[in-house]
Design a protein around this ligand. Sequence first.
Ligand code: PHE
Length: 352
Amino acid sequence: MVDLDQLVSEAQQSFSSTSDAVALEEAKAKYLGKSGLLTEILKGLGKLDPEQRKSEGAKINAAKTAIEGALNQRRNQLADDLLQARLSQEAIDVSLPGRGRGAGSLHPVMRTWERVEEIFHSIGFEVAQGPEIENDWYNFTALNSPENHPARSMQDTFYVEGHDAKAQSLLLRTHTSPMQIRFASNAVKTHLQQYGNLDDMPDIRVIAPGRTYRVDSDATHSPMFHQVEGLWIGKEVSFAALKGVYTHFLKTFFENKDLHLRFRPSYFPFTEPSAEIDVAFPSGKLAGRWLEISGSGQVHPTVIRNMGLDPEHHIGFAFGSGLERLTMLRYGVDDLRLFFENDTRFLSQFPA
Ligand code: PHE
């Protein structure tokens, strides 16, 4: 007969010398497995007479229980060791101060948006917003843009599948200028409904900031960008008023009363005459350079007519300025793409 005590202590030793679960399960097989030592011994019981079988069987079972106990103990030990090792590896220093959530802040372009609204509101302009999905009439035709104008091409404009109720093609507006027509014709319609004529029609004075889209992407162009449209229509709104309003706006916006402005002749189908507005800073990094900031001009007679007004009686100006451009100049940002990368290292430099 095998020495069962010896077997138990051998098994104990063998288990405690294993250093991981896999080795332990292998060691277990040697004693408790299907063809393990204990199983073999149990098989031998059949050859003994009943009396002996009973007493030997009890001893073997006791040995089996002892070996199983040793196995479980080692299993627990190894599991504890593993957990301990993991814990010390992933240790966190609970005495460190918390990171906090950090307060978010307004996106720099949104700050410009709000600032522009404030300034124009303070000089009597209403603020309006219009749809980003426009139809051909508002975005082009009503604005006197000829059928073959390159801005209408697929290369320059994002078209949306389908048409509106009036069979107009749909597109993402390429500028905020459609708001000139939408806002003015609505004001005209409302006034006519109420008074039956346009004799005492008050001036239309509005800005319309919002998102605009073009097939364009580089350091100074993004397929989605922001513009603010300005419009002032009345009985005697002159080009001088455009100069006065825009000069006031820019000086207030940049908090710099020594800014220089230049109205450079240009062309837009919806204004005549048209001017590009350039700005020059008297000092600082950008000093001495003319920087283009806005398109502008006297609203074209055809556009006045499409607003429902008579160009013999109504006249005015419009401008369209890029909000990213204004933001870049105000904060000295030189790559427009930074605005849309959602990198908090950049955005957190504009605290609330
Ligand atoms: N819509 C023009 C553009 O996006 C800008 C503009 C607006 C020019 C109003 C004149 C008058 O370039």
